[in-house]
Ligand binder design. Structure first.
Ligand SMILES: Cc1ncc(COP(=O)(O)O)c(C=O)c1O
Length: 381
């Protein structure tokens, strides 16, 4: 008989993929969180050239020094002392998250995790023998946690708090005052801050508020080029921390998880940063007009309330349709040609919500919203 670990048995496939697998070809797809853009041409050409030039080998575990220095410079406006030793290149944000949990979580420890959450966080903790200690990010508080909710959940086994702003799935974001309060909470309890900022350059209506600048050394940032340079399939990201011991531990874990990142791709990303530094902001302008469109459509439907996100490319509207769970509603929409994710794919606190990724053009958004509106009106009749 085939035997599998308890760990593997505990972890279930995500609800997002399940809906995706059920979708027909003509469905308007608000399902997966990946930009409908291609990486900059300069990066694609640099990737090819690097491979032709023999950059097809293992690199040092932390990655190409020039790329790490270039990334450190991106963050000099927050901390001018950063250099390549503060950066470890990873094969994605997903890889970066696992490195962090492996480096700081022992069996029996817990990490404060936002709910609704990016679906990888709890299983990653299970893989490391730890537990997710969920804190709520309510619609009524613009998806930002309340300090009282954090205080009532933290305990002696809590080793870190994970913040994810801008958020997947809610699009929630923080002001500088809120960020300062959240940093003070971690400081007071002397726990690590894991700041997942993979959407840092997809922000609207103001500059990105990073947890990196707020005068606390025990911060480690998860970063990715997936969303900001439309490279989801390339699998490249990085870890950033001003804490030198943390960087050493993370780099050690990175070695055992995947040895190093992809050689030629690191040259491609370096080229993207040098030659197309404003690429994310150009993409972002298009996302902003899609956000405006989808929010105004949703907010004009009966029984639907949509918080207006200031970052990432998701909306997480609340649906008031008595007697229908968010999963049943998502299935109903799928039957009517709209793929989105039930809020509960991001934890039980997502009940009553759906997540729409606006990673499709405005014409398709309009077509999809026409279908959603028809279903909602019929269901509320
Ligand atoms: C909040 C958040 N963190 C991390 C990731 C991981 O991104 P990647 O592994 O593509 O770098 C994602 C991807 O959807 C995300 O939404």
């Amino acid at each position: 008989m085939a035997r599998f670990s308890e760990r593997s048995k505990q972890i279930r496939p995500t609800g997002i993929r399940r809906m995706f697998d059920m979708a027909g070809d003509d469905a308007v797809q608000f399902g997966l969180g990946e930009p409908d853009f291609q990486p900059p041409d300069q990066a694609i050409e640099a990737f090819y050239t690097a491979m032709k030039n023999g950059k097809n080998k293992y690199t040092s575990t932390a990655g190409l020094p020039e790329l790490r220095s270039e990334i450190a410079k991106l963050w000099h406006h927050k901390n001018p002392n950063l250099d390549e030793s503060n950066v470890c290149i990873t094969m994605s944000g997903t890889n970066a998250l696992l490195d962090i949990f492996l480096a700081i979580v022992d069996p029996g420890n817990n990490v404060l995790i936002p709910e609704p959450y990016f679906p990888l966080y709890p299983p990653d903790l299970t893989i490391c023998g730890g537990e997710a200690n969920f804190y709520p990010c309510h619609f009524d508080n613009d998806f930002v946690p309340k300090i009282s909710d954090l205080e009532s959940r933290i305990n002696q086994d809590t080793v870190a708090i994970l913040y994810n702003f801008p958020s997947n799935p809610t699009g929630g974001n923080v002001t500088t005052d809120q960020r300062d309060e959240l940093v003070s909470f971690a400081k007071k309890h002397d726990i690590w801050i894991i700041s997942d900022e993979v959407y840092d350059r997809i922000v609207y209506d103001g500059p990105h508020v990073s947890f990196f600048e707020a005068g606390y050394e025990k911060v480690v940032m998860v970063q990715s080029f997936s969303k900001t340079f439309a490279m989801t399939g390339w699998r490249i990201g990085y870890l950033l921390s001003a804490h030198s011991q943390m960087m050493k531990e993370l780099t050690k874990m990175q070695y055992y998880v995947t040895a190093c990142s992809n050689d030629a791709m690191q040259y491609a990303v370096l080229e993207a940063l040098r030659k197309t530094p404003n690429y994310p902001e150009e993409m972002c302008m298009e996302f902003k007009s899609r956000r405006d469109l989808i929010c105004s459509r949703l907010n004009s439907m009966p029984g639907v309330s949509c918080h207006i996100p200031t970052g990432a490319f998701y909306v997480f509207p609340r649906f008031d349709i008595p007697g229908l769970s968010s999963e049943e509603l998502a299935v109903k929409l799928l039957e009517n040609g709209v793929l989105c994710s039930p809020g509960t794919a991001f934890g039980p606190a997502g009940e009553g919500h759906l997540r729409f990724a606006y990673t499709i053009g405005k014409e398709d958004i309009t077509k999809g919203m026409d279908r959603v509106e028809k279903v909602v009106r019929e269901l509320r009749r």
